[in-house]
Design a protein around this ligand. Sequence first.
Ligand code: SF4
Length: 317
Amino acid sequence: MIPRYVRPSVGTIGTLGLKKIKMSARPTTAYIMLGERCDSNCLFCTQRKENGENDRLSRVIWPKYRTEEVMDVLKEKKGLFSRICFQTLDYKGVVDDVLSLSEELRGIAPISVSIVPTGENEMRKLRDAGVEYMSVALDAANPKIFEKVKGAGVGNRFSWQGHWNALKTSVKVFGKGNTHLIVGLGESDEDLIKTMIELKNLGIYTALFAFTPVNWGRAPDMGRYRAIQLAHALIYRKNWRNFEFTDGKLTDFGVKKAFLEELTISAFLTSGCPGCNRPFYNERPGKEPYNYPHPINKEIAKRALEMSISHIHLRRP
Ligand code: SF4
């Protein structure tokens, strides 16, 4: 049975025409949140259990709509989105909800789901219902930070090893895996880059996010984020591994600048499943975005490259 309500992102609602919404970039994926309340308590998440009622995830607002109303428009406007992504909270019955919605919507657009670790049988059911990509978000780039922000440290049942096991199983079932990593949770450049290399070796793609401070912490420095985006492009597009670090800080990409220039037109765009652009997830409208939701020109690409190079030349205080 399909859930009675879903929560599409405000950009999805505007693009579907369910409400007039002014947007400077429209989402190319329909983002739909499932779940009223989350049973988990991840420290960086606005939907966490201890945060009470909240209609935001990161910077995005997710209003409640009747599921049938949203499904009808999605079907009527088939082709409007490159992808449908279910962003699920952690609650009892989440897999059944994704299954029933995927069965209803298969064929409208390829389907992704971002979900807590599930068993292999459930993954097979999701795949058979039409899910193409299953993302299990590590979020943190090292086990200590994982424990602190989404493991036992916040009362969650999740563990670093459990997430890696689920990712490996997802590769077995789906033929590919997907995860999310957040830059700015206190990890080092080396943690992020070595984790991405390990993920790539296993056939798992990384979608990069910038930490969004709501009640605590600081957003990552833009130069650092640009450097990590370039490292991501080198790892995933060039299979590169020879980075240099000093005390965990990236000090050299290990390639010539001309080689980096080749990558800049796409390295700073949103990373994720094909067709995912997540406008304003991490950014404020009017400010330079961490992840560009649309193609950029050469001038912007050049500036972003300079920013990443100045990060690697920065010495630790
Ligand atoms: S990368 Fe994008 S489409 Fe894929 S699961 Fe994450 S948010 Fe959804």
